[in-house]
Design a protein around this ligand. Sequence first.
Ligand SMILES: N[C@@H](CCC(=O)N[C@@H](CS)C(=O)NCC(=O)O)C(=O)O
Length: 138
Amino acid sequence: MEYSRTLTLVALVFTLFIIRRFFGSGFSKMASPQTVQHVRSLIKDNKIFVAAKTYCPYCNATLKLLFQDKKLRKDQVLLLQLDTMKEGSEIQEALTEISGQRTVPNIYILGEHIGGNSDLQALEASGKLDELLEKALA
Ligand SMILES: N[C@@H](CCC(=O)N[C@@H](CS)C(=O)NCC(=O)O)C(=O)O
């Protein structure tokens, strides 16, 4: 009797662990259609769009490339620091729905999804970033 009660308890704790491990923080609520539409408009209406988080090293590498190396001005880029915004996580959900990419930075140039920092750096290494930025800022 004692044994089976212990076994039930262990099974319960294990089940809770599995639920938490696989669904706990991974559960993401869908963004509302209005937010998805709003984010689509931001991407369309801004030649360079970057969603980032202030503590993210990949984001900081992207911002360094754009603002320091490429000398873009702040007003030439729509930069959303999602962790400083009340609606930041919903915007991140919307971006995931739109681009299939959950991580930040999430970069668009002229409405085209570039990807994350590694994709932007690869574009720079291939010599194609300057051309794209020139087109965007023309
Ligand atoms: N390979 C990606 C790595 C990006 C990445 O891992 N970003 C982290 C933050 S530093 C992230 O988005 N984590 C999930 C989250 O913050 O929701 C890139 O080059 O952009």
